[in-house]
Design a protein around this ligand. Structure first.
Ligand SMILES: Cc1cc2nc3c(=O)[nH]c(=O)nc-3n(C[C@H](O)[C@H](O)[C@H](O)COP(=O)(O)OP(=O)(O)OC[C@H]3O[C@@H](n4cnc5c(N)ncnc54)[C@H](O)[C@@H]3O)c2cc1C
Length: 488
């Protein structure tokens, strides 16, 4: 596995020898300035081992020269300037869930692990909430629930705050827009080490780009000030269906995407393919619905799902922290593996939906044995979501009116797959998704995209984002020294 990852590194980047020298030089400078308690260089240290765990476990093999644990924006500034002075590679890690290589992982460079920055606050007069980028959304929700409030963030507790910089789809999004739409002010350490505020009044271009234009691009966000939202009782749960119902459930998902107008109702439809033999009985597949209603009584919102015979239904009254632990607590940790995402975007009511489904099913049949899990996830973008986004100024995607939907294609490959086999299966999966095509004029969701899909180029705002990137990262420090979305 190590040799596989190292050869990936060599192929994509790097003057390895220069990087190997630059990393320790940066680490030594940072240790001098921040003190040894904030820097760990030994790969045997448990803190270091914890820091190099990623949701895509192929990245766990990379060995940073050191891991830095900043406690403040000032610490981040010192670290960035030392990294720049040494000409080292680096990565910024929040929750470590982006599966793309080198987006939050680094080999022979400096890993800035934000996990020590976990301060939070709530102002009852303004109802604004603040949180720092460390920790995961589950911790953020647990804190604000004491005020009967929450923030718009991940649908699974274990995902990190980098989610919001990529837009951030939440169960609350049909009411309040994407997570980034609720940003009111950001504290950002720019690539040159300056600490600035971004809001609609201060550096508004930087604020615009940071609302869904991607992390790891314009600087390091060290504090989020957001509009909090009420969090009371939710009616929520999972319904699991087996093969005889699959076509009815797919039709119900399509109807929900097209016709649901209740912004308190949110769903994710996940169609799972397992590696077990099909035996012409479709024993290798299941559909798991995530149904969430903001309030104790969903009325008729989910009737199209509950009226289909199911294997299991866990819907009940839940708190928000319980909602993001569905289907089981620790789901993000338990789903770690050789995971990769791709994304598509479609409008309901035309045949691109069926085309995508049929191509994905055919690929799954033809490639048995080459995956541990495939999942096709339907993520509705209703008109209420795009209206809520616009009402708050619009985000970097400038989302066209819903309804439309993103399709997330997850593939988990078997442990120990050889490099040629891994590359072949990823290429074949990529070709299948690309062959499906996307709806014209809609943005690909960067939180679910593969790096080679160049999602920013699908944004109507791409030229503006390129200008903003040039202004705040003029000498391409971030572009050259860490992974991330292409602005070229
Ligand atoms: C199990 C699972 C569930 C998911 N559920 C959802 C969901 O409900 N909604 C959704 O929208 N997406 C979801 N995603 C996608 C997720 O939003 C992205 O993978 C996101 O990048 C993860 O953020 P992170 O902080 O965990 O990861 P990281 O890999 O640590 O960070 C992601 C990227 O942002 C950068 N970054 C992070 N923090 C900062 C910062 N403070 N300043 C500058 N750059 C930063 C990192 O460098 C990296 O490039 C899910 C992913 C997984 C694996």
């Amino acid at each position: 596995m190590l040799s596989f990852c190292f050869s990936l590194l060599a192929a994509t980047l790097v003057p390895v020898a220069a990087a190997v020298a630059a990393g320790p030089a940066a680490c030594s400078n940072i240790t001098t300035q921040l003190g040894s308690s904030k820097v760990v260089a030994s790969p045997l240290n448990l803190k270091y081992i914890d820091s190099i765990e990623y949701w895509n476990t192929l990245q766990d093999a990379y060995q940073p020269s050191c891991v830095v644990y900043p406690a403040s924006a000032q610490d981040v500034s010192v670290a960035l300037q030392a990294i720049r002075a040494a000409d080292s590679r680096f990565a910024i890690k929040a929750g470590g869930h982006n599966p793309n290589t080198f987006y939050s992982s680094v080999d022979a460079g400096v890993l800035l692990d934000l996990s020590s920055m976990t301060a939070k606050s709530y102002d009852a007069d303004t109802t604004l909430a603040t949180y720092e980028p460390g920790g995961v959304f589950g911790d953020v929700y647990e804190y604000f629930v004491q005020y009967n409030r929450t923030v718009v963030g991940a649908r699974l507790a274990g995902v990190g705050t980098g989610l919001a910089l990529g837009g951030g789809m939440s169960y609350l999004s049909p009411q309040y827009g994407m997570a980034c739409d609720s940003f009111r002010e950001l504290e950002i350490v720019l690539p040159d080490g300056q600490i600035v505020t971004a809001s609609k009044d201060s550096n508004p271009d930087l604020f615009f780009a940071s609302r869904g234009g991607g992390g790891n691009a314009y600087g390091v966000v060290t504090k989020y000030t957001v509009q909090s939202r009420p969090a009371g009782e939710f009616y929520a749960g999972n319904i699991i269906y087996t093969f005889p119902q699959k076509d009815s459930v797919i039709e119900a998902i399509g109807n929900f995407i097209q016709y649901n107008t209740d912004p308190k109702a949110a769903i994710i439809g996940t169609y799972e393919k397992l590696p077990t033999p099909d035996l012409n009985l479709n024993l290798d597949e299941a559909i798991i619905m995530f149904l969430v209603y903001d309030g104790p009584d969903p009325g008729t919102a989910f009737d199209n799902f509950t009226s289909i015979p199911y294997l299991l239904n866990t819907c009940s009254i839940k708190t928000y922290p319980e909602v993001v632990d569905m289907p089981i607590p620790m789901a993000t940790e338990l789903s770690r593996g050789a995971n990769m995402f791709r994304v598509g975007v479609h409008r309901p009511g035309n045949n691109s939906y069926e085309t995508a489904l049929n191509k994905w099913r055919a690929w799954a049949e033809d490639n048995k044995g080459k995956y541990l899990l495939l999942s096709l996830d339907f993520q509705p973008v209703p008109k209420s979501l795009t209206d809520a986004s616009k009402a708050q100024g619009g985000n970097a995607m400038q989302m066209p009116d819903g309804p439309w939907f993103w399709l997330n294609y997850l593939i988990t490959t078997p442990v120990g797959m050889s490099e040629p086999d891994y590359n072949a299966v990823q290429q074949s999966y990529r070709d299948m998704v690309a062959d499906t095509g996307n709806a014209e004029g809609l943005p690909l969701f960067i939180n679910d995209a593969n790096y080679d899909q160049n999602p920013l180029q699908t944004f109507s705002t791409f030229a503006k984002l390129q200008e903003i990137k040039k202004k705040y990262d003029p000498d391409n420090f971030f572009a050259d020294k860490t992974g991330g979305w292409s602005f070229a």
